[in-house]
Design a binder for this molecule. Structure first.
Ligand code: PHE
Length: 376
């Protein structure tokens, strides 16, 4: 297949976009190899994988509720332009989500999508009036049990016939989504709506579910902002809604999966526990292996960002890195010293001290040479 220019690739909003794995290496741009490799994993399409089960469960809920209305697209390339990901969705130019510390830039105006909403405008421009999208999204972040630089979202949009009252659209949206929450959590689930903020919807809401003693954010949604609809060439008397939901946190709660890295595990003991492909699967940890902890301390000389340290730990330690957290911070003579604790643990086996020491020294070296810090 002949590949068109990057920008052209990123603006194709349909499933004819080549799969990431057949893209030539030059397209990787500034994206780290370890992250790039994830773009071809497609966990949400892997049969019996809990993320795939959840995706199909959500699709079939919408199919039952509104037969033939929503088409699900699950093969969109994660490479999009900053225009698609941010500008068209009214994300302010100085919004933190655009910063290279938070987003993986392929080049100056092409990124790995940070949310599936990035595709909405292009689909509306093609005249689509109802969508369900599912795919992998990428965000640079800290490292812990619930954060991973790649996760999956289901995103949806629906436009209504001209002159439909906005109040009616909002009622429809909220009824569809509380219905979805009851479908996933059971009809006795305790739900509440809270006001939300997203640049591309107004008003915006979040739906929360009370689960094991706390309110969990389940999804974000709202009525599509007039200006977004304008950019999408939608007629001025047409309105609609959008919502977006992250699959990992939801799957962790529903299937009782204790660590987000497990979704990437190739261990049969993980996969074999999801044999029914339904929401009734429950995960039982196969064992808990001991952790190894390593601390790294340094003076900060410039613009240090925690996500850069996490990125280095993640690219050299892979999924053995369980947690990176600030242990200590002090100031002397106007200089700042930070100490981070890195926790290493395998989900599958015991680690050896040699193996972790090697990774640890590689991390130290990379931190010393690529970050604005002086190791102590
Ligand atoms: N894109 C938002 C996110 O990633 C979720 C969202 C989608 C909110 C659509 C409102 C409407 O958090």
């Amino acid at each position: 297949m002949r590949l068109a220019g990057l920008r052209h690739l990123a603006t194709l909003a349909n499933s004819s976009v080549p799969a990431a794995e057949v893209m030539p290496a030059r397209i990787r741009g500034r994206v780290p190899e370890a992250i790039w490799r994830r773009t071809s994993a497609r966990l949400h399409k892997k049969p019996l994988h809990p993320l795939c089960t959840l995706r199909t469960e959500i699709a079939s809920y919408f199919e039952n509720r509104h037969p033939g209305v929503f088409n699900m697209h699950s093969d969109l390339s994660p490479i999009v332009t900053t225009k698609q990901c941010f500008d068209d969705l009214l994300v302010p130019v100085d919004h933190p989500s655009r910063a290279p510390t938070d987003t993986y830039y392929v080049d100056d105006d092409v990124v790995l999508r940070t949310h599936m909403t990035a595709h909405d405008v292009a689909f509306m421009q093609q005249g689509k009036t109802a969508l369900l999208l599912c795919g992998d999204v990428y965000r640079r972040d800290t490292v812990d049990r619930t954060h991973y630089p790649v996760f999956h979202q289901v995103d949806s949009m629906r436009l209504y016939p001209p002159a439909t009252e906005r109040a009616l659209i909002q009622r429809d949206l909220q009824a569809d989504l509380t219905g979805l929450a009851y479908h996933l959590f059971g009809s006795d689930a305790k739900l509440r709506w809270v006001d939300g903020y997203f640049p591309f919807t107004s008003p915006s809401f979040e739906l929360e579910v009370f689960w094991e003693g706390e309110w969990l954010e389940l999804l974000g949604c709202g009525l599509l902002h007039r200006e977004v609809l304008f950019k999408a060439n939608v007629a001025s008397d047409v309105n609609g809604w959008a919502f977006g939901l992250g699959l990992e946190r939801l799957a962790m709660v529903l299937f009782q999966i204790p660590d987000i890295r497990l979704f990437w595990s190739e261990d049969e003991r993980f996969a074999s526990q999801f044999s029914s492909g339904t929401l009734s699967d429950r995960f039982k940890p196969f064992s808990s292996f001991p952790s190894v902890e390593k601390d790294i301390s340094f003076w900060v000389n410039g613009n240090f960002h925690e996500n850069d340290l996490c990125e280095i730990a993640r690219s050299l330690g892979g999924d053995l890195v369980e947690n990176v957290s600030l242990l200590d911070r002090f100031q002397r003579d106007g200089n700042i010293s930070l100490c981070y604790r890195m926790v290493f643990r395998s989900m599958e086996r015991s680690l050896t001290h040699d193996e972790i020491n090697n990774i640890y020294y590689d991390i130290r070296e990379s931190v010393a040479t690529s970050l604005p810090v002086t190791l102590r």
